[in-house]
Ligand binder design. Structure first.
Ligand SMILES: C[S@@+](CC[C@H](N)C(=O)[O-])C[C@H]1O[C@@H](n2cnc3c(N)ncnc32)[C@H](O)[C@@H]1O
Length: 379
């Protein structure tokens, strides 16, 4: 175990994700202590299920691999697995978010999204148990985390509750870290970080993509850059399904939508994590569904206000793609305009974008500096 753990820690340090100040905590707090017997490791081909009782060697290897490990699934109506709902996060992600958090001795820390408790245990190991409070919504997950954390010398305060409320009894905090993604930064959390304090969170717009935001609080606002790509499970109440297509288009397709064409491949947008992110920052209420066929894909685009829809047909090898748009908004045109703008800027990466949020729910995304907001593309 110690060999596997040491190897992982060395690799995290060599990559720059793990800063020297976190090394000892990563060596002291075993990741395997937070895993149940049956786990699903996230791989490039899907999920690898592993049962400790059947294959203890592989189970331990996965515990010290740089992969996220799913520990809870939401079941669908037939008892099948629908969506992962809790996990022990990927070590690179945990280390780099803790690096971004920039804790100093004596800092108090609030965490939203305890999961099985590994990140909270790392924080408590470094900051001291009394300095850390962590909040988990799911009772079953919280009970498991509580048991995992209780077994440690430095057990932080673990609370069952909604991370969107922060945790007022111990506020304000010097540092805040969310480990489930949001498309709207909860106002209560912003207000509970001390001025000049830091809030680190995975921001994932509805349209797609995601990146870690490192916001500096200033009373009723918080502002700062994105530091790099991320993919986290969403804060449960911010998941969005959208109404059926009939609510947008009561009759047969294409309704009143005229035929248009675009030279921008819709797959170059939705299959690109960064491009999707930029679209999501600029058009926060747009979302899509896709249906894939043999060499072709239809992308349906919608707004959450249920006013407008668009379709774009991708065909393999085509030079232009058919577009239909209906409603007061031209959703595809909005998407295309922001992608063209982004291309004109030289396709800036995640770390050139930033976000300003306020306790009234305002969200403003910018490029390079707050004075340079993303252009408005809403027609
Ligand atoms: C990726 S896991 C957290 C990983 C964890 N912090 C670790 O140590 O690796 C995300 C967790 O956020 C929790 N969550 C989702 N929505 C929440 C909410 N509104 N309030 C608190 N927890 C929430 C989920 O139940 C899940 O356990």
């Amino acid at each position: 175990m110690a060999v596997l753990q040491g190897r992982l820690v060395d690799r995290l340090e060599a990559s720059g994700a793990l800063t020297p100040g976190w090394r000892q905590a990563f060596l002291d707090v075993g990741r395997h202590l937070f895993l149940p017997d049956v786990v699903w490791a996230s791989t490039s081909d899907g999920y690898e299920r592993c049962d400790r009782t059947e294959n203890p060697g592989r189970w331990l290897e996965l515990a010290y691999s740089d992969v996220a490990i799913v520990t809870q699934w939401e079941d669908d109506a037939d008892g099948g697995q629908r969506e992962p709902t809790s996990s022990v996060s990927m070590p690179t992600m945990v280390a780099s978010m803790l690096r971004d958090l920039d804790v100093h001795e004596g800092h108090t820390v609030w965490e939203g999204g305890t999961g099985p408790g590994w990140n909270a245990a790392l924080l408590a190991r470094r900051q001291g148990a009394d300095a850390v409070v962590t909040v988990e919504l799911d009772r079953e997950v919280a009970a498991q985390a509580e048991a995992n954390l209780r077994a440690l010398d430095d057990a932080p305060t673990a609370v069952v509750g909604d991370a969107a409320d922060g945790y007022p009894p111990r506020a304000p905090y010097d540092r805040g870290i969310l480990t489930c993604s949001v498309r709207e930064v909860p106002a209560a959390v912003i207000g509970q970080i001390r001025p000049q304090g830091v809030l680190v969170l995975p921001f994932a717009p509805l349209f797609g993509g995601g990146a870690v935001a490192r916001l500096t609080a200033a009373g009723r606002t918080a502002e700062g850059p994105f530091t790099g790509s991320s993919a986290f499970m969403r804060m449960r109440q911010q998941r969005y399904q959208g109404p059926p297509v009939d609510d947008y288009l009561p009759g047969d397709w294409p309704g009143d939508a005229a035929q248009e064409y675009t030279t921008l491949s819709p797959l170059d947008v939705v299959d690109d994590w960064l491009a999707s992110f930029v679209v999501g920052l600029a058009v926060p209420d747009a979302y899509y569904r896709r249906s894939d066929g043999d060499g072709m894909t239809t992308l349906w685009l919608f707004d959450t206000g249920v006013t407008s829809w668009a379709t774009v047909d991708f065909v393999n090898g085509a030079e232009r793609y058919e577009v239909r748009q209906s409603g007061p908004r031209r959703i595809w045109s909005e998407v295309e305009d922001i992608v063209r703008w982004w291309e004109k800027q030289g396709r800036p990466g995640f770390d050139r974008f930033g976000l300003t949020v306020d306790t009234d729910g305002g969200h403003r995304a910018w490029l390079d500096e707050p004075a340079n907001p993303l252009p408005s593309v809403r027609g």
